[in-house]
Design a binder for this molecule. Sequence first.
Ligand SMILES: [Mg+2]
Length: 369
Amino acid sequence: MKVTEVHVFQHDLPVVDPPYTMATQSVYSLDTTIVMVVCDDGTVGYGETCPLGSTYQPQHALGARAAITEVAPSLLGLDPTLHGQVNSAMDAALLGHGYAKAALDAACWDLAGKAHGVRVCDLLGGATRERLPAYHVVGRVPADEAAETAARLLSEGYTRLQVKVGGRTVEEDIAAIRAVDAVRPPGVRLVADANRGWQVPEAIQVSQACRDVVLTIEQPCNSYAELRALVGKLCHPMFVDESATDLQAVTAAIQDGVADGFGLKVSRVGGLTAMRAIRDVCAAHRRPHTLEDTWGGDIVWATTVHMAATVEPAQLDCTWLSQTYVDGFYDDREPVRISDGWIEVPSGPGLGVEPDASRWGDPVTSFTR
Ligand SMILES: [Mg+2]
């Protein structure tokens, strides 16, 4: 089995009920990139990468397509089921840009699953369960509105809530956390995610003011140095998300005692092959984590869910898909769907998504052997 063609597509994903608000930006629509990798036996694999705009992280959509254009020729002629060789070839063609390589890496896992007639999660070690908990975001809204949203989500079946904080006064953040906590029954997990939006004093003030709330604080500040400065000063566990850029960053955050857990995104760390190693390091050090991605459509969602399914339940804090925010289905069977706050693992071989590629129009670029 050899790769003979790589096609790259661009697609605009509309945000439902815009904008989506975070401490650092408001999002109205998203530019996603999909790759179709074709082999000499006719097998087709798909991958997708969709940065959350151009200011959430250094990744951006035009950068993804430029990097894929540079890397894709190195895949031609390779056996896509040999993931180490695929990643070595990509790294030899371009330094870094793991978020772009993640799409090609996912397409190769999709091809490997289809070649063996098994699911990607089974190639990655096997699903520990067939149904995964999802969390839902409570946006950066006033406290009364946050409580209303939280109550609705809980009634829909969600067992994990993430309140977006930062970018407003600490008093408003404290009020929103307390308002959501007040409607939360025991057992429902609560995270306050600042997406890098607090400074060190704000993180300390909010955490100490909410010391009686069972809460996890996620990526309170922008830099790793700021996160390090918070060690010993917070009243809550700290999860590292945006600073968990790769395996080296994850191991450093564990060794330094900075991370009590992580928010992990498949494309940010460079794809499924890279995430597999990070998953195992987190398990060895008993650091729980979420398993999610930035945005995207059902190819990103399937990639996320297959990896999340392989994480031991005690290690998996929960997962997240952008599904409730975008009109993203490329496969009319809707193989990955959040239902009552839970997600079933797709059943078909590979990623289990058979997209209708005509939705993306003509490829923006193609490579053939
Ligand atoms: Mg986060």
